[in-house]
Write a protein that binds this ligand. Structure first.
Ligand code: G16
Length: 544
């Protein structure tokens, strides 16, 4: 095998965001752009000579080309083996599962998650460590600083590998194993959940479900698990073929982008249970008939019902949520007398807590829920968890949620996203809030009095690393909160996320519409941050 050393010059925009490097496909297609970043990943790592690397992606446009480059660069840099999903496919949680199951050195996952795909849309790449989880900040920062200094990369000068056949091949001395992308993951799900009970529910004739794979990676996984292994009727999985451009859809499982499913779930003949997953299979949305379960509530409900599920019947070591996620799970943790951790946004922050056995379940308001079975959030896992709970409790989704609110109270919650706003205005808005933090305490805003305000800072309880500037929190004396942060996953301008929450215990109000219940706080969120002044927007683009 001939190894080429290619001269290159740095790009100054390769700092990974909340979850890896996400850019427009056209940016990645610039000569040497992908190669520089991959070489910077390898240069940031130690000790991988002769070791195995997992590679796979969500099937979006440019996935296959990028995999071929990564395989050749892995060979040239001294990896002993690459494990790749057939068709260049691996969902993000399946990649995490495979890294852990085969004890590989790490993995590279190609995805821009819930962002659209296609030649004019988004692409992404991230490195996951041997625990199966996204690389910690010290690694992503090292990758970034190496990318600023890079002057050459190494690549094997060989033919492309065959990605379609499950078999072993060689690239020089390096072994390439093409695996079935679904089976390891499906086997793991079968170990965690009560497939017999779920099969009975799905075959009972009185229960129906629909799963929207959004033309993205979860299609083959959902078909294998729901239709083949659990016996759900063919057609339970909608939009089950992964397409390079997701069929033009925006593969983000929320009320706006999964509109088709949301519409199906209304009315008397709607399915009993609806769910969707995103581009790379790590997000989930849970719906009952005429009922939407917020991701924050979903986490709390899974925690409260965990003992009903075989994989968690021993109980939970602890739970964690990202800071902007509602405090619903905190109340469950209190009742279960287990620890609850509050981390910054980004799945990577759960890794140490999971590895140390401090938590079993964790989740985020951004449609992410997961557990210690892998080190990524896991869309289909959350759906199966719900299905298992439904099979045991034999109640409607809405009844399970309202029962939960009756017991624990409800954290009325909404997130307002102002997308694609000019970065300068968004930064000024955040700076304005940062400057005001000190003076907010004790101030009254109509019925709300500020108890505390800060720019969230997190100290990891395992390695003591500190992550600062993780979002502005305004906490009110009645338990309500407004949180502001800028998204770290967008590829155009800035996205301002405003998270609004208020606890409610009044049984008569528990089921009211959150936008109405929170209307005063929503107005406050706009006036305190002067959103219109800084962004020109009078209303958000997406409300979840
Ligand atoms: C990623 C991260 C999540 C984060 C989400 C939104 O998810 O893994 O931890 O909550 O982005 O981040 P932001 O608010 O910064 O846009 P995914 O599904 O995009 O990989």
């Amino acid at each position: 095998m001939e190894i080429k050393t290619v001269s290159t010059t740095p790009f100054d925009d390769q700092r990974p965001g909340t979850s890896g490097l996400r850019k427009k496909v056209k940016v990645f297609q610039q000569p040497n752009y992908l190669e520089n970043f991959v070489q910077s990943i390898f240069d940031a790592l130690d000790g991988f000579q002769g070791q195995a690397l997992v590679v796979g992606g969500d099937g979006r446009f440019y996935n296959r080309e990028a995999i071929q480059v990564i395989v050749k660069m892995a060979a040239a840099n001294g990896f002993g083996k690459v494990i790749v999903g057939r068709g260049a496919l691996l969902s993000t949680p399946a990649a995490s599962c495979v890294i852990r199951k085969y004890g590989t050195f790490g993995g590279i996952i190609l995805s821009a998650s819930h962002n659209p795909g296609g030649p004019d849309a988004d692409f992404g790449i991230k490195y996951n460590a041997s625990n199966g989880g996204p690389a910690a900040e010290n690694i992503t920062e090292a990758i970034y600083s190496l990318s600023l200094d890079i002057n050459e990369y190494r690549i094997a000068d060989t033919a492309d590998i065959d990605l379609e056949t499950i078999a072993e091949q060689k690239v020089g001395d390096m072994l390439v194993e093409v695996i079935d992308p679904v089976s390891d993951y499906a086997d793991m799900m079968q170990q965690l959940f009560d497939f017999d009970a779920m099969r009975n529910l799905l075959g009972s004739g009185s229960f129906t479900m629909s799963f929207d794979a959004m033309n993205a990676i979860t299609g083959p996984y959902a078909r294998e698990i729901l239709e083949n292994r659990l016996g759900a009727p063919a057609g339970t999985v909608l939009r089950g073929e992964p397409l390079e451009d997701f069929g033009g859809a925006h593969p983000d499982p929320n009320l706006v982008h999964a509109k088709q499913l949301v519409e199906m779930m209304t009315g008397d003949d709607a399915p009993d249970f609806g769910a969707a997953s995103d581009g790379d299979g790590d997000r989930n949305m849970i719906l009952g008939r005429d009922f939407y379960v917020t991701p924050s509530d979903s986490l709390a409900i899974l925690a409260a019902n965990a003992r009903l599920v075989p994989g968690y019947e021993q109980g939970l070591a602890g739970v964690a949520r990202s800071m902007p996620t509602s405090q619903a799970v905190d109340r469950v943790a209190e009742a279960l007398d287990i620890d609850c951790y509050e981390t910054p946004t980004g799945w990577k922050f759960f890794g140490n807590l999971l590895d140390a056995g401090k938590i079993t379940l964790c989740g985020e308001e951004s449609f992410g829920t997961g557990s210690d079975h892998v080190r990524e959030k896991d869309g289909l896992w959350a759906v199966l968890f719900w299905l298992n709970v439904l099979a045991v409790r034999k109640q409607a989704v809405a009844d399970i949620v309202t029962d939960h609110w009756q017991k624990y109270g409800r954290d009325v919650y909404t997130r307002h996203d102002y997308e694609g706003v000019p970065a300068a205005g968004a930064n000024e808005l955040m700076q304005g809030l940062r400057d005001a933090i000190g003076q907010l305490k004790g101030q009254d805003f109509a019925a709300y009095k500020v108890e505390h305000s800060d720019d969230f800072s997190y100290t990891d309880s395992v390695d003591n690393s500190v992550s600062s500037n993780q979002g502005i929190r305004i906490l009110f004396t009645n338990g309500a909160r407004i949180v502001y942060r800028l998204s770290g996953t967008g590829t155009e301008g800035a996205t301002l996320r405003v998270y609004i929450e208020q606890p409610e215990k009044d049984p008569k109000r528990l089921e009211d519409d959150p936008q109405e219940m929170l209307s005063e706080l929503i107005n406050l969120s706009r006036s305190i941050a002067r959103i219109e002044h800084h962004t020109g927007r009078i209303a958000p683009d997406v409300i979840t």
